[in-house]
Design a protein around this ligand. Sequence first.
Ligand SMILES: [Zn+2]
Length: 267
Amino acid sequence: MNDYIPKRPCVICGNTKKSRFYCEIDNLVYVKCECCSLTYVDQLANIKEIKKAHGGGNFKSIRRKLFGSIRKMRSLGGYKHFLNRAHKIFDFVKQRHLASDDQKTMLDIGCNKGFLLKVAIEENFNVFGVELVPEVIRPFCNTYPKFKDQIFSEKFQTVSNRFEDKYFDIITAIDVVEHFEDPLSDLKSIRRLLKDDGVFIVQTPNIECENSKKLGCNWKALKPLEHMHLFSENNFITFGKMAGFSKITTYKPFEEAAGNFVAVLYP
Ligand SMILES: [Zn+2]
């Protein structure tokens, strides 16, 4: 596929000059920018297919619709595992944000089942969440009805317009930025929503991780219906600065499973 001509510019470098065919999965082409190593879906699938992929397919979706209306978090499979993971992430978040007595606001983009929000509520945070699949977050809403109006099943860009500048102390996006279709706009919005002493915490797959290098096109993070942009620690630092963040540091991932990195971004 040496003759493939990329159509979409690298969102970091701003052009297609160094973008080369990387692989094709499910009739969608990933290209890789040889300049910054960003690997991205050249032409995005239509929104219907993307939404279906986010919902985990039809079967999962039906099951959730049947049980989600009454279910509470405690009855979810993997409860302990999810809660432990959320505690680990929240401890990390707290270490990066100076504590004071007044109540803090937190937004978790792609909050999934809401475990990170649950831990934050227990720490007296006022929490907000974005989750595209309403059935996934319903047990959280059943468990914490007080917060159910602060959960949005809309695209982040739509949600962000509901809030004034500098509204949040903490914004988290765990395994989410790779899903953004227009990550520069989304990161700029996150920057706008953060208080001056706020912090934005990200975990995302690393295109330069050992598994990616070893497995190439078979690396499991290459899912073109879901993962539109795969970053590296280096290019994500560049990208964060483009979006207006002043300081960005990277860390090992929250999961032992290889392949992600964590980034902390300060306004
Ligand atoms: Zn690039």
